[in-house]
Design a protein around this ligand. Structure first.
Ligand SMILES: Nc1nc2c(ncn2[C@@H]2O[C@H](COP(=O)(O)OP(=O)(O)OP(=O)(O)O)[C@@H](O)[C@H]2O)c(=O)[nH]1
Ligand SMILES: [Mg+2]
Length: 252
């Protein structure tokens, strides 16, 4: 086969650009909207060219998502190479139980699922229900043709306030979301709250020169650790989707 282009293996959007659809699927109040908001702010600070369209949030007056949040991003150009820039759409679902129909609509055409779980002790049942529902909606491709990465949010809580991570991992394995040998790489933790606070303190810091380059962009080597932790699951999942697609075309 001649050289594979990204547009051969991904659906293309209205502008003819290859695009993948990633959904942050998780229980109510776990922090999905917060994650997308922080991620979008980070892209804007580091490289505004990676934002394809501004964030859409469909929520009620109290900030609860009633349909979805959505943002479209793209990889930076590969230096010196004429290779398509890959676009990735990030969607969130409304976590409240009563919005199941909306969740099913948002999940249509999903290429990768970010199971977005909550460390809070009282969220145990809701985490489990989320895993089951995601599996039910995606069907037999869940964790197979449709890659799944799990992220547990609110790691800033004290150990007494948190569910034991091993318990969550076991549930993910039992439900076939994550293979047991991959748990160490596919289950991540972090805190959107810490990430947001760190970005805010950079923006309000007196020594901004230390963080920004001459084009006023936040230097990637200055990315605070909590911010890395929320970028990692998105990076990992987009990478898995690409690998999965390449494998698929090689098997034709
Ligand atoms: N302690 C802590 N609180 C967080 C964190 N991330 C988000 N929150 C808080 O959790 C609450 C819910 O956050 P959202 O981002 O609205 O949650 P959601 O998952 O979008 O909720 P739905 O739209 O109802 O599905 C808010 O009060 C956030 O400030 C975190 O990492 N740690
Ligand atoms: Mg929300």
């Amino acid at each position: 086969m001649s050289q594979i282009e990204l547009s051969d293996i991904f659906s293309v959007d209205r502008e003819g650009k290859p695009t993948m659809k990633i959904v942050l699927f998780g229980p109510p109040l776990s922090g999905k909207t917060s994650m997308l908001t922080v991620f979008n702010a980070l892209r804007r600070m580091e490289n505004p060219e990676t934002i394809v369209s501004s964030l859409t949030k469909i929520q009620d007056d109290s900030g609860r998502t009633v349909f979805f949040d959505q943002g479209v991003f793209q990889t930076p150009p590969f230096k010196g190479k004429k290779f398509d820039r890959l676009r990735y759409q990030l969607w969130t679902i409304p976590g409240e139980e009563r919005h199941k129909v909306q969740r099913e609509i948002v999940m249509k055409g999903v290429d990768g699922v970010l199971l977005f779980l909550n460390f809070e002790k009282n969220a145990k049942e809701m985490n489990n229900a989320t895993i089951l529902e995601a599996k039910e909606i995606v069907g037999e491709e869940f964790g197979e043709k449709i890659p799944v990465v799990a992220y547990i949010n609110k790691s800033d809580l004290s150990i007494e306030e948190r569910i034991d991570k091993r318990e969550i991992i076991q549930k993910l394995i039992d439900e076939g979301a994550i293979h047991s040998d991959k748990a160490a790489n596919y289950v991540m933790t972090g805190s959107c709250l810490d990430a947001r606070n760190d970005l805010l303190s950079i923006l309000t810091s007196k020594s901004t020169d230390e963080y920004f380059d001459e084009s006023n962009r936040l230097r990637v080597d200055k990315r605070p650790e909590p911010v890395w932790l929320i970028v990692r699951p998105i990076q990992k999942l987009t990478q898995l989707v690409v690998e999965q697609r390449l494998q698929y075309v090689q098997n034709i």
